[in-house]
Design a protein around this ligand. Structure first.
Ligand code: C5P
Length: 219
């Protein structure tokens, strides 16, 4: 049996973007690479946790030593998350699409002389909020992420309250930071006790620091 401070703990991690189909060959997505989520999965497994890693179509491969569940859409991700419960800790690092195309076509949309297709959108489930607001079987520690381009702390603090998670890891994803798709991250850890500013460091280092904090919170 493996040791480590998270031995015997079941940890759920969501990672990567989601793809929301327009038709069988087209989709709406975002620029998440899945790098921070993969680093977190690896770090948590490295501390001995049993990790269920629910991932959208990411650029980086899932880490070794975790149970991988691959999904495409936000709705599929919610289902996979619910199927993975109960767990001790849940970390929601996925960049879930807020909207999906309301009625994706089952045939490829064709060019017509009548003009362009009009896409209508429907709101996706908020997976983090759904799990945070569970009245029975809620994970003991829930960590959300908040990628912002302005007023990072204010938006993330409000988000923590609105969604009902315990911690929020907030970061600035303005293009000039090079964080989205890059190998470094500069985050703020927001909890009920306040805000901690972490220096800019590699995504692996952020993951290790966060995994250590999670282990400390559980002990
Ligand atoms: O509201 P926003 O998308 O910025 O919130 C980010 C946090 O919420 C992340 O932890 C993300 O994984 C989670 N989230 C989610 N389901 C959604 C939207 C966001 O789990 N539909």
């Amino acid at each position: 049996l493996g040791g480590g401070p998270l031995a015997g703990k079941r940890v759920l991690v969501t990672s990567g973007p989601t793809h929301e189909p327009i038709d069988p060959v087209r989709y709406i997505a975002n620029r998440s690479s899945g790098a921070q989520g993969a680093a977190l999965g690896a770090a948590l497994a490295g501390l001995g946790a049993e990790v269920v890693f629910v991932t959208g179509p990411a650029d980086v491969p899932p880490p070794a030593g975790v149970q991988v569940v691959k999904v495409q859409t936000a709705q599929q991700m919610l289902q996979a998350v619910q199927a993975a419960l109960p767990c001790d800790v849940a970390v929601f690092a996925a960049a879930v699409a807020d909207w999906r195309v309301a009625s994706a076509s089952d045939r490829k949309l064709k060019k017509t002389k009548d003009g362009m297709p009009k896409l209508e959108f429907a709101e996706n489930p908020d997976i983090l909020a759904t799990v945070s607001q569970m009245t029975e079987g809620r994970p003991g520690l829930i960590v959300g992420f908040a990628a912002e381009t302005n007023d990072v702390i204010a938006h993330a603090t409000a988000k923590r309250k609105r969604k009902g998670c315990d911690w929020i890891v907030a970061n600035d994803v303005s293009p000039e930071t090079g964080i989205m798709g890059g190998s470094e991250n500069a985050v703020h850890l927001i909890s009920d006790t306040g805000v901690e500013d972490w220096p800019r460091m590699g995504k692996d280092a952020v993951a290790q620091k966060l995994a250590a904090r999670i282990a400390a919170a559980l002990s």
